[in-house]
Design a protein around this ligand. Structure first.
Ligand SMILES: Nc1ncnc2c1ncn2[C@@H]1O[C@H](COP(=O)(O)OP(=O)(O)OP(=O)(O)O)[C@@H](O)[C@H]1O
Length: 237
């Protein structure tokens, strides 16, 4: 990963959609070259934060300080696969949209890594939800970006595949600035170097383990952090 990180990411302020407040007084600065995990109740505005960082927040009225990098890779909650393209062509879509030379060998490698060797020529409609999510992950992992935004990227996967994809993603995105939105306390405890819970009135910072990521599923510091997150998340807003 040779790209220098010219800018850091910061969001500090409030957002509304159609005059309805989404969040107020949010203050989040991402540590460069590190994983930040963002949790919080459904509807609190986590995806909106990602969309603001990605410059894709059409319809969102934001007031405050928003510092975003020139280019990011983003994996949205919906897989956004093109139904008329093959799995391989979906993985190559970023390069095609940029008019760059598609790296077919790398795309095949990514498909193997996400466990979809042999599915390259299929249409997305022939895949399960978890398989489609892994195509979207493979597509995101094709992008050579210093900043990567991931919105619940493993949510449709079974437990074992999820752990495997977490390990793969941590390995391939080492050295990048990653913002991962997740509902899974174990995932945040395994992958977060900074962990925060978003609430309607701001962030709650959670002390993350200091061991390197991806952490072992059963490591004591992971289980401790997971328990702390559960305790915070089940408190009434
Ligand atoms: N296009 C839109 N028009 C109106 N309201 C919207 C729109 N998009 C999102 N919202 C509202 O903004 C709020 C925040 O949505 P957002 O998707 O950011 O939440 P979230 O924390 O990511 O939720 P989840 O965990 O369920 O994905 C929600 O209350 C949602 O209803």
């Amino acid at each position: 990963m040779n790209q220098p990180l010219r800018q850091f990411l910061r969001i500090s302020g409030s957002a509304t959609i159609d005059g309805v407040t989404i969040f107020t007084d949010l203050d989040l600065t991402l540590k460069p070259r590190s994983w930040t995990c963002l949790l919080g109740a459904s509807g609190v505005g986590k995806s909106t934060v990602l969309r603001l960082f990605a410059g894709l927040a059409e319809g969102v009225c934001f007031t405050g300080d928003l510092r975003v990098p020139d280019r990011v890779a983003m994996m949205a909650q919906q897989d956004l696969l093109m139904p008329w393209l093959s799995v391989l062509d979906n993985v190559l879509l970023g390069a095609r949209l940029r008019g760059a030379r598609p790296d077919t060998d790398l795309a095949h490698d990514r498909l193997v890594q996400v466990g979809l060797a042999g599915h390259a020529d299929k249409r997305p409609s022939a895949l399960s939800g978890g398989q489609r999510q892994r195509v979207a992950l493979a597509r995101t992992l094709m992008e050579d970006r210093a900043v990567v935004l991931l919105d619940e990227p493993f949510s449709a996967l079974d437990a074992m595949t999820r752990a495997h994809m977490q390990d793969l993603t941590a390995k391939l995105l080492r050295g990048r600035t990653v913002l991962l939105v997740t509902h899974d306390p174990n995932e945040a405890a395994r992958l977060g170097e900074t962990i925060a819970i978003m609430t309607p009135t701001g962030l709650i910072d959670i002390t993350a383990p200091t061991t390197p990521i991806p952490r072992d599923l059963h490591a004591a510091d992971v289980l401790r952090t997971q328990a702390t997150l559960f305790d915070h998340l089940r408190r009434p807003a």
